[in-house]
Design a protein around this ligand. Structure first.
Ligand code: COA
Length: 327
C-alpha cells in the first residue's frame, strides 16, 4: 500500500480554506502527507472538522444501535456460557459508543445534540443494525460477519489522521477481536452441529450476506466522501478496498464451514486473487440508511424509550453537587 506520506496531494482541494487561508491549508496538508496526527487544538480546515464529526458521530450511533439486536437475545442464550459472553459483548458495544461520542465531542459537538440527532433520524448509523435477529443463527452472523467486517474497517480507520478517533479505535479493535472470536465460536458450533443447527446457520447467513457487502459503503465511484477523506488521511483505504480485504479473509472460511454463498456469480479473479461479487441492491441500501429498513422504526423507538426512561439519571448527575471538602 502506498504510504500517505508518499502521496503527492496535488492542487488544493475545493474547500473554503483553499481561498480564505491557502497557507494554513498547505501547511495542514503537509502535516497529513508526513503522516502526522491532527489533535483537537490544531488548526484544521472546517471541512475536515465537519467530515470527522459526521464520521465519528455515525460510528458512535452504530455502536449504540448495534447493542440492541444482540441485547434482546441475552435472556434466550442457549447456555450460561453463551449468555455471559453476550452480556460482555453488548456492554462493550455501548462502551465503544461512549469512547466515540467523546472523540466526536473533541471537535466541538455536544453529546446531547448527537444523541438527539440519532433519535430524530437526522444522523445515520450502520445499515446492518436495521435487520431483524430472528434466531440464534443471527447472533452467530452478527458476531462473525458484522464484527468481522467491523474489525477490518476499524483496523484500517485506526491508522487515520485524527488523534482522538485513531486512539479510540485502537482500544475498540482490541475488544472487537474478542467479539469476532465469540461470533466465530457460535458459528462453528452451529455449522458443525445437527441438521437443524446447520439449517439455522445457513438461513441466517443468507439474510446477512448482502447487508454485510453493503456495510463498507457504496462502490468507490458512488462514494461522495472517500476522495477528501483519503486525501486528508481519514480513510486510508477506500470502500471497495475494505470490502475486498473482508472477502479475502472470510470467503475461504465460509467455504471451509460449508456455507452456500447467496451470490451465485461470486468468483475469484485468477490474475489478482480478488473476489468478484454481484453488486448488492444499492436502492435497498439507500432506503435502509435513510430510515426505511425492516427494523429502523422499532429500534429507534426502543432507543428513544431507553433514553427517556434514564433521563432521571442525567438530571441527578447534572445536579450533582460535589461534597464539601472534608473539614
Ligand atoms: N451504513 C450507513 N450509512 C452508510 C454506510 C453504512 N454501512 N456506508 C456509507 N454510508 C453513508 C455515508 O454516511 C454517506 O452518507 P452521509 O453523507 O449522509 O453521511 C453515504 O452513505 C455515502 O457513503 P460514503 O461516501 O462511502 O461515506 P463514508 O466516506 O462515510 O464511508 C463508511 C462509509 C461506513 C465506510 C464510513 O462511514 C466508515 O468507515 N465509518 C467509520 C467506521 C464505522 O462507522 N464503522 C461501522 C461500525 S459498526
Amino acid at each position: 500500500m502506498v504510504m500517505m506520506s508518499e502521496l503527492p496531494l496535488g492542487p488544493l482541494p475545493d474547500v473554503p480554506e483553499a481561498t480564505s487561508d491557502p497557507e494554513a491549508l498547505i501547511a495542514f496538508e503537509g502535516r497529513i502527507a508526513r503522516g502526522e496526527r491532527i489533535e483537537p487544538g490544531d488548526w484544521m480546515p472546517a471541512d475536515y472538522r465537519r467530515q470527522l464529526t459526521r464520521l465519528i458521530q455515525q460510528h458512535a450511533n452504530s455502536e449504540l444501535m448495534g447493542a440492541l439486536p444482540e441485547g434482546m437475545w441475552i435472556p434466550f442464550a442457549p447456555s450460561f456460557k453463551r449468555k455471559l459472553a453476550l452480556i460482555a459483548k453488548v456492554q462493550d458495544e455501548v462502551g465503544h459508543a461512549l469512547y466515540l461520542y467523546r472523540a466526536a465531542e473533541t471537535l466541538g459537538k455536544p453529546r446531547t445534540q448527537m444523541i438527539e440527532e440519532l433519535l430524530n433520524g437526522t444522523s445515520k448509523y450502520s445499515n446492518v443494525f436495521n435487520y431483524p435477529a430472528e434466531t440464534w443463527g443471527d447472533i452467530a452472523m452478527i458476531g462473525w460477519l458484522i464484527d468481522g467486517a467491523a474489525v477490518v474497517n476499524q483496523t484500517i480507520m485506526a491508522t487515520g489522521s485524527y488523534g482522538p478517533y485513531a486512539r479510540a479505535l485502537k482500544r475498540i479493535t482490541y475488544e472487537e477481536a474478542f467479539h469476532l472470536k465469540q461470533g466465530y465460536d457460535v458459528t462453528v458450533a452451529l455449522a458443525t452441529g445437527t441438521q437443524l443447527q446447520r439449517d439455522m446457520a445457513q438461513e441466517a447467513f443468507n439474510r446477512w450476506w448482502w447487508p454485510t457487502m453493503m456495510f463498507f459503503g457504496p462502490p468507490d465511484k458512488q462514494s461522495v466522501h472517500t476522495g477528501i477523506l483519503h486525501r486528508w488521511g481519514v480513510k486510508p483505504k477506500s470502500n471497495d478496498e475494505q470490502r475486498q480485504e473482508f472477502l479475502r479473509k472470510f470467503v475461504p472460511k465460509m467455504i471451509e464451514l460449508g456455507f452456500d454463498i447467496p451470490d451465485k456469480d461470486l468468483r475469484k479473479d485468477p490474475q489478482t486473487g480478488d473476489w468478484i461479487i454481484t453488486q448488492p441492491d444499492w436502492d435497498e441500501f439507500k432506503r435502509v440508511i435513510n430510515g426505511d429498513g425492516p427494523m429502523n422504526k422499532e429500534r429507534l423507538a426502543l432507543r428513544r424509550l431507553i433514553y427517556d426512561e434514564s433521563s432521571w439519571l442525567r438530571t441527578a448527575l447534572d445536579r450533582h453537587v460535589p461534597l464539601p471538602a472534608a473539614a
